[in-house]
Design a protein around this ligand. Structure first.
Ligand SMILES: Cc1cc2nc3c(=O)[nH]c(=O)nc-3n(C[C@H](O)[C@H](O)[C@H](O)COP(=O)(O)OP(=O)(O)OC[C@H]3O[C@@H](n4cnc5c(N)ncnc54)[C@H](O)[C@@H]3O)c2cc1C
Ligand code: SF4
Length: 838
């Protein structure tokens, strides 16, 4: 492999040369350490380079449980997006793995052939899922069997969601009944999958609670419809090429289509071992987070062993990152990390579990206070030693958790009446509890935010809850502390807490709600995103997060009078193709209503052959997807196809799925194919607040799945058509509401356009119709759109017509790129495993 030796870079003009800080691992600890270093003026001292073998910025791994259950979208969990690194002058090698460190010459070697020098090195390689030994876990090729998943990364989570959403996948086994296993089980259950948890311990979450608490937890978990097997071990994964079940020791096999292994984690220490660094259970560090016997190498996070302890939660790594940053920057060389006390919470809706410290007495002199009410799923246990709380488990009622965490963290003296630890009987009530928390009490464990920091934010002028959350990052981890954050802010503001006006802004950078923003744009005749910022943003400041929403709004309002500025678009919209995980793009030619011809098929096949397209796949919207096209090849692929864009990217109208309808189907009463094609032709490329997927079915058998589309049309008896809106069949599942039943396909087209325009004008940015329709109410929509109760129907129709008239195929940019770099690749491509052709 060729090696690229990086030249020393970044000399400050005139100033002392900056040292080279290199970070291996771009996860929660690595990125947090860098943030702490920057906060201490590190940008002046260092040129910073980071390597992370996941091809992304840094995301909140904790939230993967919510992504799996569909409560959160994966786009929303990023803590530091790729632009953040650029804006802070950090060189990030995303998707690149460091293989070895030469600690004598101070270089790291990465799997892209690069050799990078450092002055100071931080190792933050985290952990990976532990796959316990089992027969049949791996294929003969050495990869994990199809249908088996770890639960650690965003890619693991996306793959699980995809697998769980395939119709023929109905049953899952989760191996491990700890925190992660239960969150995985709950997440899969949310996709309608039958889930069984197999746990080797005698009771669930045995690391955090005793058998009595475990028994109550089991009832709560089983009440969610999840089956539980305790004291049970899986011995084999069954199935030849893909999972068909698991074998258990001393019990019957369980049939399933997927297996999630959540049986613990192992620190990623390969690089450290290979490089001759001290590794026991993990990389051994001292109280400064410096690797034992090394001067210039530090380690932080889950890959670290400190005073014999290895942590698997984020709160310790926040504390570690602060100490590390103090030393690396020299801001406080007396700073020391002395270990962390950990508390955990289960993120399963409806099953409240919080646990800290011991779950039972260890000595005869320990007091153990227990309250159990299994029928209501309530169990509380507190262990007291020398009048100090040394452990607590709370199930089903965690109202006292803030007070107990405080008592546990600080070792506070406890009330004589121990029952007051569990219930508000003469003890501190919630408000009093907040007032009594001392300043150092940690309110948000995920982000290590104390009550004092929140109070300081309020005193510093943050008079809204979300303002204080933004300023401190409290509540931005797993979210389970949000109530407490609100209570602290309300208490600190002494009743003067303001409702957050930003909650109603259409985009965060402009302090106006959608109607006011549209009115201002119209009044001032603004036509581009930069004009809007100049005229309406505080201090005329541009805000990256607002650009895409504004671009979409302006295009909707102005049609061909809109002045397009490319930096206001996301990558998919800039190159009119869908970016894939490996950095290549997928191209979807238009195929209206899912209908194609011999000529089109032949042309697509020729193009695929000419460009060595690695994967050709049918989409869920009845089109052909050519996957794996490098960015620079896009113009040529489009030219060779010579077909219009099929809109599989961007926030816009996408596709109309149709069934074969009355010409071919013996049940069909309406010509669904013809109507679908007409709708697709009319509304192609229309921008909207979120994507729009449509369908037309020829009879109520609904082969085109019209009831779960943003707009779905169904032919019914008597030549009539029903129009449904607000349906969804993705992470959220919702049957659309009936908007109208009409006699004529032309009326369908009019109402479809009118609904789409009303949605475009009224919906919040990124609000899908499945949220918009219930928010506004189907009766209101019916009144405005069908009955014209507000007299705006003609206006809506005309605005939609203007957008329809301004349509231009975006792929025509192939001949005339808008910017020189539009089709030049800037990301290193990651090699993905070949998708097998079955
Ligand atoms: C689903 C889930 C839910 C969780 N819930 C909670 C919770 O509720 N509360 C809580 O406190 N904690 C929770 N955790 C644990 C928490 O996410 C971890 O403690 C935290 O992410 C550890 O941070 P880290 O930086 O040490 O490791 P990571 O975040 O794993 O980051 C390490 C990074 O280094 C990369 N890397 C490894 N080796 C190399 C190499 N050689 N070269 C380049 N890059 C490399 C890895 O790919 C990874 O991106 C949860 C974890 C998961 C998976
Ligand atoms: S929806 Fe009705 S018309 Fe269309 S294919 Fe199915 S059965 Fe036939």
């Amino acid at each position: 492999m060729t090696s690229v030796l990086e030249r020393p870079q970044g000399r400050h003009s005139g100033a002392a040369p900056r040292r080279r800080l290199l970070v291996v691992g771009n996860g929660m600890a690595g990125a947090r350490a860098v943030e702490e270093i920057l906060a201490r003026g590190g940008a002046e001292q260092f040129t910073i380079t980071m390597f992370g073998d996941e091809p992304y910025g840094n995301y909140n791994r904790i939230m993967l449980s919510h992504v799996l259950s569909g409560e959160e979208s994966d786009a929303d969990i990023f803590l530091n997006s790729l632009p953040w690194y650029r804006e802070n002058g950090i060189t990030l090698h995303a998707g690149v793995r460091v293989d070895r460190i030469d600690k004598f010459t101070k270089h790291v070697f990465s799997n892209d052939g690069r050799v990078t020098p450092y002055d100071t090195l931080i190792i933050a390689t985290g952990s990976r899922s532990h796959m316990p030994p089992m027969d049949g876990l791996y294929t003969p090729g050495g990869s994990v069997k199809h249908g088996v998943f770890g639960f650690r990364t965003i890619d693991d989570t996306r793959r699980m969601v995809q697998h769980a959403q395939q119709e023929h996948h109905r049953r899952a086994v989760v191996i491990g009944g700890g925190l992660l296993g239960l969150e995985a089980a709950y997440g899969l259950k949310s996709h309608g999958i039958d889930v069984e948890v197999v746990h080797s311990g005698g009771h669930l979450m045995n690391a955090q609670m005793g058998p009595d608490g475990g028994a109550v937890l089991r009832r709560s978990v089983e009440a969610l419809g999840i089956r539980v097997h305790t004291s049970s071990r899986t011995t084999a994964v069954l199935g030849r090429d893909m999972v068909s079940g698991v074998s258990l020791r001393d019990q019957e096999d369980i049939a399933c289509d997927m297996v999630v292994v959540a049986a613990g984690i192992r620190p990623n220490v390969d690089v450290a071992v290979l490089s001759g660094l001290p590794v026991e259970r993990a990389i051994v560090v001292d109280d400064r987070l410096r690797v034992q016997d090394e001067d210039d190498i530090y380690a932080v996070g889950e890959c670290v062993q400190h005073r014999g302890e290895v942590y698997g939660l984020v709160a310790p790594l926040w504390e570690q990152a602060m100490v590390l940053a103090n030393h690396v920057t020299g801001v406080d060389t007396s700073s020391a990390y002395l270990g962390s006390r950990t508390a955990t919470k289960l993120k399963v809706a409806g099953v409240d579990v919080a646990s800290m410290g011991l779950h039972g007495p260890e000595f005869d002199t320990d007091e153990h206070i227990v309250f159990s009410e299994p029928s209501r799923g309530i169990f509380k246990s507190i262990v007291v030693r020398d009048n100090k709380m040394v452990g607590a488990t709370l199930l089903g009622d965690s109202r006292k958790v803030a007070y107990l965490t405080q008592a546990y963290d600080r070792g506070l003296p406890l009330p004589d009446e121990r029952i007051a630890l569990m219930f508000d009987v003469g003890g501190p009530g919630e408000a009093v509890g907040v007032a009594e928390l001392d300043d150092g009490a940690q309110v948000c464990n995920c982000n290590g935010v104390s009550k004092g920091a929140l109070v300081a934010a309020v005193k510093g002028g943050c008079s809204t809850v979300s303002g204080a959350m933004d300023a401190t990052r409290a509540g931005k981890g797993c979210g389970s502390c949000k109530l407490l954050v609100r209570q602290v802010v309300e208490w600190a503001a002494d009743g003067a807490v303001e409702e957050d006006p930003a909650a109603s802004y259409y985009v965060p950078g402009i302090p106006l709600d959608k109607p006011a923003l549209m009115a201002a744009i119209r009044k001032q005749g603004l036509r581009s995103v930069s004009q809007v910022f100049t005229a309406l943003a505080p201090g005329s400041a541009e805000d990256a997060k607002s650009k895409m929403g504004l671009a979409s709004l302006l295009k909707m309002m102005l049609a061909d009078r809109y002045i397009d500025e490319r930096d206001a678009r996301f990558i998919n919209d800039r190159v009119h193709a869908n970016i894939q995980r490996d950095g290549t793009f997928s191209v979807v030619p238009q195929m209206k209503g899912g209908v194609t011809s011999v000529q089109q098929l032949r042309r697509i096949a020729d193009v695929a052959e000419k460009h060595n397209v690695p994967l050709i796949k049918l989409t869920g919207g009845q089109r052909i997807d050519l996957l794996g096209i490098p960015k620079e090849d896009l113009p040529q692929v489009w030219a060779d196809l010579d077909m219009p864009s099929g809109y599989a990217y961007g926030k816009s109208f996408r596709t109309v799925k149709t069934c074969v309808g009355k010409d071919f189907c013996r049940y069909g009463t309406g010509d669904s194919t013809k109507l679908g094609i007409e709708i697709e032709s009319r509304f192609q490329g229309i921008e909207s607040p979120a994507k729009l997927k449509l369908a037309v079915s020829g009879c109520p058998r609904n082969c085109a799945e019209s009831l779960v589309k943003d707009v779905g049309v169904v032919a019914v008896e008597g030549g009539r058509w029903e129009l449904y809106v607000g349906g969804a069949a993705g992470a959220h599942i919702r049957k659309g509401d009936l908007l109208a039943t009409v006699d004529d396909p032309d009326e369908v087209k009019v109402l479809t356009g009118r609904f789409m325009q009303y949605y475009r004008e009224q919906a919040n940015w990124l609000e899908r119709t499945y949220s918009f329709v219930p928010r506004v109410g189907i009766e209101h929509l019916r009144a405005v759109i069908v009955e014209d109760s507000e007299g705006v129907a003609a206006q809506l129709d005309a605005a939609m017509q203007a957008s329809v008239d301004s349509y231009a195929d975006p792929w025509s940019e192939r001949d005339d790129p808008l910017t020189p770099g539009q089709f030049r690749t800037s990301l290193p491509l990651t090699v993905l495993p070949q998708v097998p052709v079955r």
